[in-house]
Design a binder for this molecule. Structure first.
Ligand code: PGA
Length: 257
């Protein structure tokens, strides 16, 4: 069985002091959740990565970043490299989040470069894909997903892809309170897994973890995680308080027991 992965994407929230407080709260509440059953990942903003990392030492919670550049170093003002993330013990990195695609010009091509760089540095990439409302209503969901995955994963060999996590995040469900129904999420994620069978093979596709993201809350995590192709969640808004993120992780872990 694929190991469940619940990641909290804190986006552009939390000062360093607030981030430390949240990380401490989660460490206290979630210490009993076995780390061999479930990966719990916190993705604070860059400014708080180091300090949150220190809080997480010797805990069952792991550190992730929200983006990375594709070069190790150079004159790239404002960017942070995979090597720099490794330097402060970051393990996971979100790549191609829809907000980066929408507001910061991220493309399937840049996702592909970042993905290769992240894998090269030994990070675990969480690659985000998902359709907009217009694309869903236009019947283009599968076409968009196929394009994002074929281009985003271009050149990634079988060996590399097994270390990648995919997050299906329908753009219309992010931060809107409108969760995809578990049937919609399962349908899209099954499509993604079948596509991975075509792009790689059955064995590889069975190993890859696919998270769902988009208005995940304590109230809907259980039915999402019960679906055969939903292996976890990427949580935005509900990852910002100890109470709600703790509830999500505990419910997911109960379902998986
Ligand atoms: P949300 O965000 O849970 O606030 O909808 C999810 C995400 O953007 O990863």
């Amino acid at each position: 069985m694929r190991k469940t992965i619940i990641a909290g994407n804190w986006k552009m929230y939390k000062t360093v002091v607030q981030a430390i407080e949240l990380a401490n709260g989660l460490k206290r509440e979630l210490f009993a959740v076995a780390s061999d059953e479930i990966d719990i990942v916190l993705c604070p903003p860059f400014t708080a990565l180091s300090e949150v990392g220190e809080v997480l030492v010797d805990s069952n919670l792991q550190l992730g970043a929200q983006d990375t550049f594709w070069q190790d170093e150079g004159a790239f003002t404002g960017e942070v490299s995979p090597m720099m993330l490794r330097d402060i013990e970051v393990k996971f990195v979100i790549i191609g989040h829809s907000e980066r695609r929408q507001y910061f010009g991220e493309t399937n091509e840049s996702v592909n470069k970042k993905l290769k760089a992240a894998l090269g540095a030994g990070l675990v990439p969480i690659v985000c894909v998902g359709e907009t409302l217009k694309q869903r209503e236009g019947g283009e969901t599968f076409k968009v997903l196929e394009e994002q995955l074929r281009e985003g994963l271009k050149g990634i060999e079988e060996q590399g892809i097994e270390g990648v996590v995919i997050a299906y995040e329908p753009v219309w469900a992010i931060g809107t309170g409108k969760t995809a129904t578990f049937q919609q999420a399962q349908e899209a994620q099954k499509y993604i897994r079948n596509l991975l069978v075509k792009m790689y093979n059955n064995e590889v596709a069975e190993k890859i973890r696919i998270q769902y993201g988009g208005s995940v809350k304590p109230e809907n995590i259980a039915e999402l995680i019960r679906q055969p192709d939903i292996d976890g969640a990427l949580v935005g808004g509900a990852s910002l308080t100890t109470e709600s993120f703790t509830a999500i992780v505990k419910k997911a872990s109960e379902v998986r027991k």
